[in-house]
Unconditional design. Structure first.
Ligand SMILES: CCCCC/C=C\CCCC/C=C/C(=O)SCCNC(=O)CCNC(=O)[C@H](O)C(C)(C)COP(=O)(O)OP(=O)(O)OC[C@H]1O[C@@H](n2cnc3c(N)ncnc32)[C@H](O)[C@@H]1OP(=O)(O)O
Length: 374
C-alpha cells in the first residue's frame, strides 16, 4: 500500500532517526547549528559551550543554533528547541536523536553506505564527503515519500561530524529530477497539500542553509523542483548533453514558482534573467544554462561525478568556519523570508493548488506528458 503521509512513513521506517518527527512536520532535531552540532563541537562556524552527550539540558537553556535564534525564538516557557530551519521539537526528543544509533556510531572505516527506498547515501569517510543519489523511478519526481527519506538521510549526514560535503546526483543518468511530483498536487485534499508543501519547504531550507559544502552533479534533465534542488547547492556541475534541460518551467504547467524559488534563482542568475526565465518558463540547454550562470561548469557525461568530487576538494580547502559564516551571510536573508512566513506560504500554496482551474491545468499537463510518448 502506498504510503502517503510523513507519519505513515515514520511508522514504516521507525527508528531511523525518525521517532522524533512529528506528523506533518519534518523536523531537524539536531541540525548543525543545533544541539547535534554543538555535540560534535567542531566549530562549524561559531564557538559555544559544548555540551557532552548525556548532559540533559531541557527547556530554554538547551543550546540552539546561534545563527537562527533570531529568526523565531521560542518563548522561555515552551521548553522547546529551535532547529536550524526554525522548526520546533521537544528538547528531550532532540537529545534522543543524538543518541539514536546510526552508522556514524560504528567504528570508522573508509566507506559507509546507507540507503532507504528512494535515496542512496555513500559516505567516503576518508574524504568527509557523502554522495546522495536520488532513486525514485521513473523520473525522480519529488514525491512526499522521497522528500521524507531525503530529509532522513540529510539529517544523518548533518549529525555526522566527519561529513563536510555532500554531492547531490541522480541514480538515473538522463534525469536528475523531474521536479515536484505532480501527482502529489493533483486530486488530493488540503491536509495532503499542507503536508506535502511543508516537506518541500523543509528540504529547501535544510539544503539551502546547510553548513556542509553542497555540490550538484546534474547528470540529466532538471525541470522546476529539480532545478530548485540544484539551486540549493554551492556549485553546479552539469553533463554537457544538449538533450538535457534545466530551469524553472512552472508557468508552462499553469502554476507559479513561489517567491523563494524565485529568490533562489535571482540570487543565482540575477533579476533580469530570472524575470524572463520565470515568466516564459524557460528550460535551458546546458550551454545556455552555463552562459547565464544557472550552472557553473559543463563536463562530458562520464566526468560529472569526478568533477564534482574534485571541485569539492577545492572547496573543502577553505577554512570551514570562514566559509560557513560567509555562506550564512549570503543566504540567511533569503531563507529568513520564508521562515518568517512559512504558514502563510503553505496557505497560499494550498489555496492556489486547490483551485479548479489549477487542477485542470495540472491534469492537462500530465495528459500531455503521457500523450507525448504515444
Ligand atoms: C501566487 C501564489 C503561488 C503559490 C504557489 C503555488 C503553486 C505551486 C508551485 C509549485 C511549484 C512546482 C514545481 C514543480 O516542480 S512542478 C513539476 C514540473 N515538472 C515538469 O514539468 C517535468 C515534467 N516531466 C518531463 O518533462 C519529463 O517527464 C522528463 C523529466 C524530461 C523525463 O522525460 P522521459 O524520460 O521521456 O519520461 P516521461 O515523460 O515519459 O515520464 C515518465 C513517467 O513519469 C511521469 N512524470 C514525469 N514527470 C513527472 C512529475 N513531475 N510528477 C509526476 N509524474 C511525472 C510521466 O507522466 C510518465 O508517467 P507514465 O509512465 O504514467 O506515462
Amino acid at each position: 500500500m502506498a504510503l502517503r503521509t510523513v507519519s505513515a512513513l515514520k511508522r514504516r521506517l521507525g527508528g531511523a532517526g525518525l521517532g522524533l518527527l512529528r506528523s506533518g512536520q519534518i523536523s531537524s532535531a539536531a541540525g548543525r547549528s543545533g544541539a547535534g552540532r554543538a555535540r560534535a563541537g567542531r566549530g562549524r562556524g561559531v564557538a559555544w559551550t559544548r555540551p557532552r552527550l548525556g548532559e540533559e539540558q531541557l527547556g530554554p537553556t538547551c543550546p540552539v543554533g546561534p545563527t537562527w535564534e533570531s529568526v523565531s525564538r521560542p518563548s522561555s516557557t515552551d521548553r522547546k528547541c529551535l532547529g536550524r530551519a526554525g522548526n520546533f521539537l521537544p528538547c528531550a526528543a532532540q537529545h534522543r536523536l543524538e543518541k539514536t544509533p546510526s552508522y556514524i556510531d560504528y567504528p570508522a572505516t573508509a566507506r559507509r553506505s546507507f540507503s532507504n527506498h528512494r535515496v542512496i547515501v555513500d559516505m567516503d569517510q576518508s574524504l568527509g564527503v557523502a554522495t546522495i543519489k536520488i532513486k525514485n523511478p521513473p523520473v525522480n519526481s519529488l514525491s512526499l515519500e522521497l522528500l521524507t527519506e531525503f530529509l532522513i538521510g540529510w539529517e544523518k549526514l548533518e549529525n555526522d561530524k566527519s561529513c563536510k560535503g555532500v554531492i547531490l546526483t541522480s541514480n538515473y543518468p538522463k534525469i536528475f529530477s523531474a521536479g515536484l511530483d505532480i501527482l502529489e498536487m493533483c486530486g488530493k485534499n488540503a491536509a495532503h497539500y499542507t503536508e506535502y508543501w511543508k516537506a518541500v519547504q523543509e528540504l529547501w531550507l535544510k539544503l539551502y542553509m546547510s553548513n556542509m559544502v553542497v555540490i550538484a552533479a546534474i547528470n540529466g534533465s532538471s525541470p522546476a523542483g529539480g532545478c530548485l534542488l540544484a539551486l540549493t547547492s554551492d556549485y553546479r556541475v552539469m553533463a554537457d548533453n544538449p538533450k538535457y534541460t534545466i530551469g524553472l518551467n512552472e508557468t508552462l504547467l499553469g502554476i507559479v514558482a513561489p517567491f523563494w524559488f524565485k529568490d533562489n534563482l535571482v540570487n543565482t542568475i540575477g533579476n533580469r534573467a530570472s524575470e524572463q526565465a520565470l515568466q516564459l518558463g524557460l528550460l535551458f540547454s546546458p550551454a545556455e544554462a552555463l552562459k547565464i550562470g544557472l550552472v557553473d561548469q559543463l563536463v562530458p557525461e562520464d566526468k560529472v561525478q569526478s568533477t564534482a568530487l574534485s571541485v569539492m576538494s577545492q572547496w573543502l580547502k577553505i577554512p570551514d568556519h570562514a566559509r560557513q559564516l560567509t555562506k550564512t551571510m549570503m543566504r540567511k536573508p533569503t531563507a529568513d523570508l520564508l521562515l518568517k512566513q512559512r504558514e502563510a506560504d503553505i496557505d497560499n500554496f494550498v489555496r492556489f493548488i486547490s483551485r479548479d482551474g489549477i487542477q485542470k491545468s495540472l491534469h492537462m499537463y500530465l495528459k500531455a506528458l503521457k500523450e507525448r510518448k504515444e
